[in-house]
Design a protein around this ligand. Sequence first.
Ligand code: ADP
Length: 358
Amino acid sequence: MSDAALLMKVRAALKTVATPKGGDLVTSGAVEGLSATSDGVVRFTLNAERAGGDPETVLGAARAAAGAVPGVARVAAVATAHRKPAAGGHDNPLGLKKESRIEAAAKELKDVRNVIAVASGKGGVGKSTVAANLAVALARRGLKVGLLDADIYGPSLPTLFGLSGRPEMRGEKIAPVEKFGLRMMSIGLLVNEDQALAWRGPLVMGALRQLISDVDWGALDVLIVDTPPGTGDAHLTLVQSKLLTGAVIVSTPQEMALADVRRGVELFKKVNVPIIGIVENMAFLDDGKGGRNYLFGKGGAERAAADLGVPFLGALPIYPDLRVASDEGVPVAIRNPAAPEAQAFERLAATISGGFIR
Ligand code: ADP
């Protein structure tokens, strides 16, 4: 839900920030797409060309002003204007090969036939769980599958697949970790958690570029990319790369999660990335007596899909064993392929590979 009162306060705060070009951030039109949710999340895009000066400095000032408004819990903001590569190694956070622009990075994936982003408006809706089990289910269908954990601030692939240790190098490139028939890479395997947490826009974008271009993905039918929640730098990077075949959006049924889903769908639509569809996760809990408990409301994601004119890919109930399997580092689609949860992912994989995988 958006919060009009909070939005006004944030706008007023941004109006107090002077731009290097003269005037303030709001009047100059440098702040675009400003929104504030009732849980205090403020989002905007800084048009750095309109503001002038160094985009990161202006963005920092804008973030600080918005973040100081009482009631603001988090500020998610990016600068859009094209910026020169920073001298301080911003574009090479992993310290590997020299920085390449995202279009160049994308060329390195020439043998990857499809790239599918798995996205969600919010964290904790099961995006990573869906991405991981979908990848396993696609591999079980005989496809060559890669899984890239691009959730820079909350990588979960090492836990989901029980991976640890640093990956090996193969010449100048990083060898993906191979397990359960998948090729996988996660920022969590390359840097320490607190190091990645300190990264802001350009570093996040640089890291993702390197996960694309400096990992020896080889030939793949499909690369599944587990993106961070919301829409931010990582999504912009993927969109700019023109790599994406499509996006799968994961949501729980409740209203709060759906407002963010709408924003995500709009982002991908605006840049002509096809929405493969919405998966409703944690849709209900089986009561063991044939009944269903709709803990988060009924059918919200399905209605949102209909409203937004995008396909509905199905509902996944709450499976208590799914969480256990994830925590143990063996995806359920591997541990027990006959389990209903594994079957549900097989169906999802069948739907997606039928329509989207070339
Ligand atoms: P996200 O990537 O959206 O932050 P995760 O995939 O990490 O979410 O899932 C959050 C938690 O919910 C994890 O503990 C996961 O095991 C659990 N989970 C996800 N989907 C389900 C489901 N359908 N049934 C039961 N637990 C689930």
